[in-house]
Design a protein around this ligand. Structure first.
Ligand code: PBG
Length: 325
């Protein structure tokens, strides 16, 4: 009788036994923490749809950095929230743009903290699209020069990694060429290779003030119904020189993370996006779920799916919980 079935419970009988056979682990080294930098002084605006996430002006950055570094977080990704916008997103590639200034400041304070610069135009354009617009259309090739210029100015400011999120075709090649020509051959590209046109970005657009003023992003971001297409996107980016592959969003796209992991060798990054954060926060604030347990479970699921790294607004909380605080 006893030989007729496997006894899986043998390996689950104590906390130490479970730790011994655990297949996936979560560490503070896995996390990339997003920061929203605004202009002005004394700004610390909580994003209404993202409790616990703030738009910060430069003078409030030091305190935030102390906390991040104190928790052992090793990288941040920067998003700019500029006062002024124009048709061609000048603020994205301006020498004194908000991300360039913040990068210089952070590298001055904490030279070892890795600064990842999100390379896109949508926060800086008055129409809110990620490229140049003409006749109601987002133009591909004319956007590439501006993106390359943005990446070079970010590298010049000291960014350690360039993370282009704009989804124009050929953006990795254009940026790699731009960086190399300017002498930044050692600066890696963390490409948003597989980025879906997702309703889960809603709260981010409140935080970054980057909602498109007309239409949507469906002509450049991917259709959530597609999986094979994700492989074409990832393959193209690797061929053009991407060093990391981002899959975004994460939670509803764990199958895509797994497929990218299986087919490509580059480090895979899951972007646990704003809407995924806000849903958990809202439920937790209502007392409907156990926030700590839910967050750690969802982060481990991204690792289990194959992600090496996770961009997440939960990073500070998760780092605290993992250290037993
Ligand atoms: C910019 C960008 C977006 C996000 C990251 N970079 C928004 C978008 O494409 O509209 C979303 C991140 C999030 O929701 O947390 N292109």
């Amino acid at each position: 009788m006893t030989n007729h079935f496997a006894r899986h419970r043998r390996l689950r009988q104590s906390a130490n036994m479970r730790a011994l056979v655990r297949e996936t682990t979560l560490s503070v080294n896995d996390f990339i923490y997003p920061l929203f930098i605004t202009e002005g002084n004394g700004v610390r605006n909580e994003v209404s749809s993202m409790p616990g996430v703030f738009q910060l002006s430069m003078d409030n950055l030091k305190e935030e950095l102390d906390e991040i570094v104190g928790l052992g977080i090793k990288s941040v990704i920067l998003f700019g929230v500029p006062d002024e916008k124009d048709a061609v997103g000048t603020g994205a590639y301006h020498n004194h743009g908000i991300v360039q200034q913040a990068t210089r400041f952070i590298k001055g304070q904490y030279p070892d903290l890795l600064v990842i610069a999100d390379t896109c135009l949508c926060e800086y354009t008055d129409h809110g699209h990620c490229g140049v617009v003409e006749g109601g259309k987002v133009l591909n090739d004319p956007s590439l020069d501006l993106l390359a210029k943005t990446a070079v100015s970010q590298a010049e400011a000291g960014a350690d990694i360039i993370a282009p999120s704009n989804m124009m075709d050929g953006f990795v090649a254009a940026i790699r060429q731009g960086l190399d020509a300017a002498g930044y051959t050692e600066v890696p590209i963390m490409s948003y290779a597989v980025k879906y046109s997702s309703a889960f970005y809603g709260p981010f657009r409140d935080a970054a003030d980057s909602t498109p003023q007309f239409g949507d992003r469906k002509t450049y971001q991917m259709d959530p119904a597609n999986r094979r297409e994700a492989m074409r996107e990832a393959a193209a980016d690797i061929e053009q020189g991407a060093d990391f592959l981002i899959v975004k969003p994460a939670l509803s796209y764990l199958d895509i993370i797994r497929k990218v992991r299986n087919e490509f060798d580059a480090p895979v990054v899951a972007y646990n996006v704003s809407g995924e954060y806000s849903m958990v926060k809202a439920a937790a604030l209502n007392g409907w779920i156990d926030e700590k347990a839910i967050v750690l479970e969802k982060l481990i699921s991204m690792k289990r799916a194959g992600a090496d790294l996770i961009m997440t607004y939960h990073a500070k909380d998760a780092a605290r919980w993992l250290s037993g605080q």
